[in-house]
Design a protein around this ligand. Structure first.
Ligand SMILES: Cc1cc2nc3c(=O)[nH]c(=O)nc-3n(C[C@H](O)[C@H](O)[C@H](O)COP(=O)(O)OP(=O)(O)OC[C@H]3O[C@@H](n4cnc5c(N)ncnc54)[C@H](O)[C@@H]3O)c2cc1C
Length: 442
């Protein structure tokens, strides 16, 4: 028998889940037909496109996060912080680490995790950029290496400390390499007595160009921009191994570095393996064009963890924020349709283009086939991301910080982190520690 009001549970407050919850909140305003519960292991939303800028110290935690409690102040909406552990689709309940949550309708939007393609060495020794703690961990790590380089007498060892390798030349890897270069050239080399010729940033691309989704000319422009700045772009190359001291490339070359960063792939959240329904080979949950699981029509799966085929193109939708956002809105709309006795509508999404920041006030933008780069690209990039930020608070603080950044140098203070952070990212460290989540100072 159905509970009254209907319980709609949204798992994961990333791009997909947050937009689903906000759509439901708006649609249900003033009605007692249903109650929405958002569940996330963190109590804030993360605006991932700005994480490379957090890693470079241009932006801070408060610019890219938004507490769910700010949204949960209105009726029909509650938030539970908890780690989803199991799904009982038969009894329509979710088990988190702290409680059992019943549902009538479920939206699963638990995102993705870095894919290491089964290489345990790479998994153990590379830094990743999947969360704001990862980004802050990279920032602290880089600054700390400069602190060490200043007092390191051995030139070989110093070069190792000052070599940064980014594996993966998609938008995330390119932005990260560009932002690290910006941090080092405009801030660290200004304050640290280090020989600039000893600093090395290497971007490793498995293809014959960077940014494979950007189309030839625009990607070439980006590649030349990075190379002009002195970033080494290694094409047709793959990172095949890593340790705390070096990375290995597929041509048997070894690059001594203390900073191997992995931005070479994303795979659906492994927790989805516990959903007893069909998956694609990567572990994405197969849903129909209405975004629900055919055997369990009350369960919707969206975002990076879903396998949704664009029937018009005959291929799956990619793991991108705009896709997750539109899926969140569609899944919420279809639940409202069901509650109000209307037919479900299929998910359709047409891309309007792609954007990537290149640091130093430059970006590449492809809007409906019209291409922009350089300063104009940067302004468009800023405007597009600014309007996507979820709150006025974040928009205002971002605009203010960017204005201040034009006048003042960025903050270079960094915490002392546990020894383990030397070779692992902060998220891995925090998972191994009690009270995970916050950086631990010694
Ligand atoms: C560094 C970086 C930069 C990116 N830049 C861009 C970009 O510029 N443009 C673009 O289109 N896309 C970008 N992406 C991809 C984009 O972030 C994803 O496609 C999008 O976030 C997917 O939305 P989602 O809702 O599926 O997952 P997410 O947004 O990842 O949300 C998943 C949520 O689930 C929560 N969660 C996970 N596991 C559990 C659990 N067991 N229990 C409870 N909660 C859990 C997480 O805390 C998170 O809040 C970027 C991604 C990264 C990592």
């Amino acid at each position: 028998m159905r509970r009254t009001p209907a319980q709609i549970v949204v798992l994961g407050g990333g791009f997909g889940g947050l937009y689903a919850a906000m759509t439901l909140q708006r649609e249900l305003a003033g009605s007692d037909v249903a109650q929405v519960t958002l569940v996330d292991r963190r109590n804030y939303f993360t605006f991932t496109p700005f994480l490379p800028e957090v890693a470079a110290g241009t932006l801070g935690r408060a610019h890219v996060t938004y507490p769910f409690r700010f949204l949960a102040q209105k009726g029909q909406f509650r938030f539970i912080q908890g780690v989803v552990q199991t799904f009982d689709l038969g009894n329509r309940t979710i088990q988190t680490d702290t409680t059992t949550i019943p549902y009538d309708y479920l939206i699963v939007s638990l995102g993705g995790v870095p894919s290491f393609f089964g290489n345990p060495q790479i998994e153990a020794h590379t830094l990743t950029l999947n969360s704001v703690d990862d980004a802050l961990g990279i920032r602290n790590h880089v600054i700390r290496l400069f602190e060490q380089a200043v007092v390191e007498p051995d030139p070989i060892r110093r070069r190792q400390l000052l070599t940064f390798v980014v594996a993966g030349a998609g938008p995330c890897g390119v932005e990260l390499a560009a932002e690290l270069h910006h941090l080092i050239r405009t801030a660290l080399l200004k304050y640290y007595p280090v020989d600039p010729s000893e600093v090395r940033i290497v971007l490793v691309s498995k293809g014959d160009r960077i940014l494979p989704d950007f189309g030839g000319k625009l990607a070439d422009t980006g590649q030349q921009t990075l190379m002009r700045r002195g970033i080494e772009v290694r094409l047709n190359s793959r990172v095949t191994g890593a340790s705390a001291e070096h990375v290995e490339l597929n041509d048997d070359e070894t690059i001594p570095t203390r900073t191997p960063i992995w931005a070479a792939g994303v795979t659906p959240n492994p927790i989805l393996a516990r959903l007893p329904v069909p998956k694609n080979p990567q572990g994405g949950v197969v849903v129909d064009e209405f975004l629900n699981i055919p055997e369990f029509p009350e369960v919707y799966v969206i975002g990076d963890g879903a396998s949704v085929v664009d029937r018009r193109q005959g291929r799956p939708y990619p793991a991108l924020a705009p896709v997750a956002i539109r899926q969140g809105i569609r899944a919420a709309g279809n639940i409202m349709n069901t509650l109000q006795g209307r037919a479900a509508e299929p998910f359709r999404f047409d891309f309007t283009g792609n954007i990537v920041g290149l640091g130093c006030g430059m970006a590449l933008v492809n809007l409906l086939g019209i291409k922009f780069h350089g300063r104009i690209g940067w302004w468009l990039y800023r405007m597009i991301h600014l309007q996507r930020l979820v709150s006025f608070r974040n928009k205002a603080s971002l605009a203010l910080t960017l204005a201040l950044n034009a006048i003042f140098d960025r903050d270079l203070s960094c915490e002392t982190w546990p020894e383990a952070d030397q070779s692992m990212n902060s998220e891995k460290v925090s998972q191994a520690l009690p009270d995970s989540g916050a950086p631990v100072t010694s």
